[in-house]
Design a protein around this ligand. Structure first.
Ligand code: 5GP
Ligand code: ZN
Length: 113
């Protein structure tokens, strides 16, 4: 998608601090970190949100969850971490390309704000 921010980041048209990449998955540091480690893990193919995951494209979600433990280990998250995906208006999704926030590096709050 030519007008999608994360598609532009994946293509290298917009710079990012890459932490992981394989055939189907790209991961980079969030520009506005909410924790000592805040990585965005995204499919290279454009999927607008969790609501657009289908039987045809769901394998990339498995790829993402295979990448997450590798990224967590590389980031030193030995004591755990949190994975979040925001979806749609009520979920406060601001970028319309499916992404998983990987957060850690400290004890995270146990309540939603
Ligand atoms: P959402 O609110 O859609 O779940 O998360 C979007 C995330 O993308 C936010 O945490 C925001 O800080 C991050 N973000 C927005 N624009 C950029 C950017 O240009 N580069 C990077 N690395 N992160 C971005
Ligand atoms: Zn996209």
């Amino acid at each position: 998608m030519s007008d999608c921010l994360f598609c532009k980041i994946i293509a290298g048209d917009i710079p990012s601090a890459k932490v992981f990449e394989d055939e189907t998955v790209y991961a980079f540091r969030d520009i506005n970190p909410m924790a000592p480690v805040h990585v965005l893990v995204v499919p290279k193919c454009h999927i607008a949100s969790a609501n657009e995951v289908t039987g045809e494209n769901a394998s990339v979600v498995a790829d993402i969850f295979k990448a997450i433990p590798k990224i967590a280990a590389a980031e030193g998250l030995t004591n755990g971490y949190r994975v979040i995906t925001n979806c749609g208006e009520d979920g406060c999704q601001s970028v319309k390309h499916l992404h998983f926030h990987l957060l850690g590096g400290k004890k995270l709050p146990d309540q939603m704000g």
